[in-house]
Design a protein around this ligand. Sequence first.
Ligand code: ADP
Ligand code: MG
Length: 422
Amino acid sequence: MESIQAIKQRFGIIGNDPKLNRSIEKAIQVAPTDISVLVTGESGVGKESIPKIIHQLSHRKHGKYIAVNCGAIPEGTIDSELFGHEKGAFTGATQTREGYFEVADGGTIFLDEVGELPLTTQVRLLRVLENGEFIKVGSSKVQKTNVRIVAATNVNMFEAIKKEKFREDLYYRLSTIDIHLPPLRERKEDIHLLFRKFASDFALKYKMPTIKLTDEAVEVLLKNRWNGNIRQLRNAAEQISVLEQTRTINAPTLKGYLPNYEGNLPAVIKNSKSESDFSSEREILYKVLFDMKGDLNDLKKLTMELMKNGTTHDVQKKNEGLIQKIYGDEEDEENYEESVEDLEVLSIPEKMNQLSEAIDESNDKYYFAEEVEEEETLSLHDKELELIKKSLERHQGKRKLAAAELGISERTLYRKIKQYDL
Ligand SMILES: Nc1ncnc2c1ncn2[C@@H]1O[C@H](COP(=O)(O)OP(=O)(O)O)[C@@H](O)[C@H]1O
Ligand SMILES: [Mg+2]
């Protein structure tokens, strides 16, 4: 039996982590049998080497090795890809076609992202696994094949089973042996080793001196979460090798290539779940703020027009599009009483000014393109807003009393309340 070290060398696997070694050892042990293997682990941990090792160390090594990415094949064609089809089985099936299971007879099929297989295909797969039988799409003839299956997944299969996206019987059939590859963050000893290997590979490739990390940069390298695992580490090494002028890389430079590095974020992130929750929450919040700012600018424009022209009718006509954009469909007079009744006085415009400072400048350009610049009119707008707010506060939101005090009709006050989003 080839040693683990020899296998690593042969398949270009770097690292000395005990868990990685154990996984390779398992692959070596199981290779000569025909047992199905399921390789699990996050994306980018190196799952694709395992089926290659298994195939090469098996009696099937002279047979075909076919790697299929189940997630990349459209649902409509996957059965035909895997099991073939008869001529005329569906529109466009002008000829009989052999599927991978027929072509790979005597060899190995690697089903990557097996969790993505549609349920109907799972039924066909189960049958092949159980007795080597399959039927081409559009045929009634049962065929036989002798294929060894190695599958891989980065999704939690138990959850997929619970959600009825994956058949439990198929799962147990596929995972007679489970080979798990640990995430890079659990292989601390290997991180710098891998980085040095990639740095030297890219130096050769791009004919440049090899990049080297300072001690602080190595610390950053070890502290990073590496959600994309070895694939991400490799990409970072390539980018730095190509883009950086100096060949000694310090911590701040390295951090620039690590978008999810803890130190780059305003909050401490404990795991990938809270991270994704956090970022999506922030995105939603920003989106809401941008939308609000946009509405506010539209409102400013409308208010100014109103002040300049005096009559609401003309303004309404001229700004039909804008009004539609802000208020959606018709102003619903039915909800009029209600909306005024539980009125709450908020100083949203003031808040918006503070918040807008926190928003990225590049976005400002887009969202604030219609920003109104005439200061005089704006202060008038602020004054009016202030007056309305104060009056409403004094009368506990009672529109009738506030309108009387302001010397305007109730209807005008209602419009202004809506316009100012009070
Ligand atoms: N131990 C390792 N040593 C060197 N390169 C590795 C190692 N593990 C993975 N890689 C590289 O990382 C990348 C991602 O590996 P891959 O097998 O495609 O990951 P997965 O299938 O788990 O998403 C590939 O370029 C692969 O060559
Ligand atoms: Mg992969």
